[in-house]
Design a protein around this ligand. Structure first.
Ligand code: FES
Length: 217
């Protein structure tokens, strides 16, 4: 699943960076708006999120009139008791909510691997929700010291990704369900729909491409 580079505002609010907006000419010679930038040695583009129907989401249009704050979802998984108790739906996530990230744990797998939250991002009022998983982990913090992309896309151990399973578009979670323990995924990101497993600590650089263009058939 594609990462969303994290930024932390001065007041601790967590935000997902959106690529720079620019005007470019398409092959037909028309001027179009694009969201794309160089970051951490690779090209970060809004095209990363163009799968599972998200290519039609209003909030993912290059120049959508939305902010980039990560906000708590209305109903986090019950295994995220901390989020259900501390945050109401729509409330901005802040760094202080994750201060116990080095020791946090729940009934799923080992403690101390990181503290997760379920968020939404760039979701307009009444618009299609854009699901995001936010994870603050000491492992990510360590990895970012020796990786150009992670250094640029994570902050103080915070990482985020567009949380749509690349299999059939369900919403996976890190330690979000005890069901994951049956499939050896208690310490991974697990998708309950058909048991896909993602390792959040092993970032894959190759990028998958968006839907084929009409001329590609
Ligand atoms: S949708 Fe996630 S495994 Fe099928």
């Amino acid at each position: 699943m594609p990462q969303i580079p994290v930024e932390i505002a001065d007041d601790g609010t967590l935000e997902g960076r959106w690529p720079d907006i620019k005007k470019v000419q398409n092959p037909a010679g028309e001027t179009v708006t694009k969201a794309e930038m160089e970051l951490g040695g690779i090209t970060y583009s809004s095209e990363w999120f163009q799968y599972c129907g998200a290519q039609t989401y209003e909030g993912l249009e290059p120049d959508a009139d939305v902010d980039n704050v990560f906000r708590s979802v209305e109903n986090p998984p019950k295994e995220y008791a901390w989020q259900r108790e501390r945050l109401s739906g729509g409330e901005p996530l802040k760094a202080e909510h994750f201060s116990d990230y080095e020791t946090w744990g729940n009934a799923v797998g080992k403690s101390g691997l990181g503290k997760p939250a379920m968020a939404k991002w760039r979701t307009p009022e009444g618009g299609q929700e854009i699901p995001v998983q936010v994870l603050r982990s000491p492992r990510i913090e360590r990895s970012a010291r020796s990786d150009e992309w992670l250094e640029a896309s994570t902050q103080r151990g915070f990482m985020a990704w567009f949380d749509k399973c690349t299999h059939f578009c369900c919403v996976p979670s890190f330690k979000g369900t005890t069901q994951s323990t049956k499939f050896g995924a208690a310490d991974e990101v697990y998708c309950a729909c058909h048991q896909s497993i993602y390792d959040p600590f092993s970032i894959k650089k190759p990028q998958f491409v968006a839907l084929p263009r009409p001329e590609d058939g």
